[in-house]
Design a protein around this ligand. Sequence first.
Ligand SMILES: [Fe+2]
Length: 359
Amino acid sequence: MKYYMPVRVYDEAQCVSKHKEEIASYGNKALIVTGRSSAEKCGALGDILSALKEYGKEYAVYNRIEENPSVETIMDASAYGIAEKADFVIGIGGGSPLDAAKAIAFMIHRNSDNPDDLYDASLPADALDVIAVPTTCGTGSEVTGVSVLTVHAKNTKISIPHKIFPKLALIDGKYLMSAPHSMIVNTAVDAFAHMSESYLSKKADVYSQSAALTGMKLWAEVKDVLAEEREADAEDYAKLMRASTFGGIAIAQTGTSIPHALSYILTYDQKIPHGKAAGYFLGRFIAFANEEDQKAILKAAGFASADELNAFLNKLFGEYTVPQETLQRAYDTVSANEVRMHGSRVDMDKEKLRAVVNL
Ligand SMILES: [Fe+2]
């Protein structure tokens, strides 16, 4: 067995201000990578800026990371970081800014303006140091080396081959408090997809499965918040964040599986949010797992059956239909990918995949 998770994790209230000296120690000028406004609204950007200012560090802010960031955006942000002479990168936000921060740190370190470098597996995965501050509860990107980018030339999202783990992850539930409920739901389902897909991976071992089950148990404690059956308190927000981080720790070892692979097509073609797209397939996928695996997942997540899990996901998202041609493209893409088809312990074949896809 091999376990590798080289990220220093601080998971506590006010963690940015508690660890400001360490944050400021990573370089002289930070490139701060965010989306348009949420990093500011939730207070994380302000906390990071006061930490940097207190220690006399310079910074430049790139706040144009879109949902499902494209290679073109990475190139734009990297050029900005190179021009600004940034020597470390701080990603603040959901999976999009955090994944982007890693790819940008890689390109700035290479001083490169060649987008082909992003997907050139022969290159060393060296990058500027990255600090990750999650403000959603799904990505787990703060503890993985994964960076998924939109590749328009291929009409989908693809992980870059370089594994770039952040040096530091700063996890504070307070950054979730200003998030819209729909965003919390979408990202929390992404986290649950990470934990269950990882649990079912052929690469899973006792380390990754312990992380997945621990995250699922935390997730189960806040399911009623997701279903809007009660108001969230500070501890709930902390649990949502923590569950997401455990999901990240699990997929850092195993990668994701079929629901994620299918979801990329739904997101690309229909702009369905990532977690909602993975959630579309998740219940039907888990229903094909062997009895023992299925029981372990359902028990940890607090469901009596796969049907109950499906009903819960339907309740969160409401009934919606995905156009047939998008489902067909998702099916065609994944059924042609042997690694994806047979990467999990779910005994998958084309007929079962058709049922998972809901064709
Ligand atoms: Fe995901």
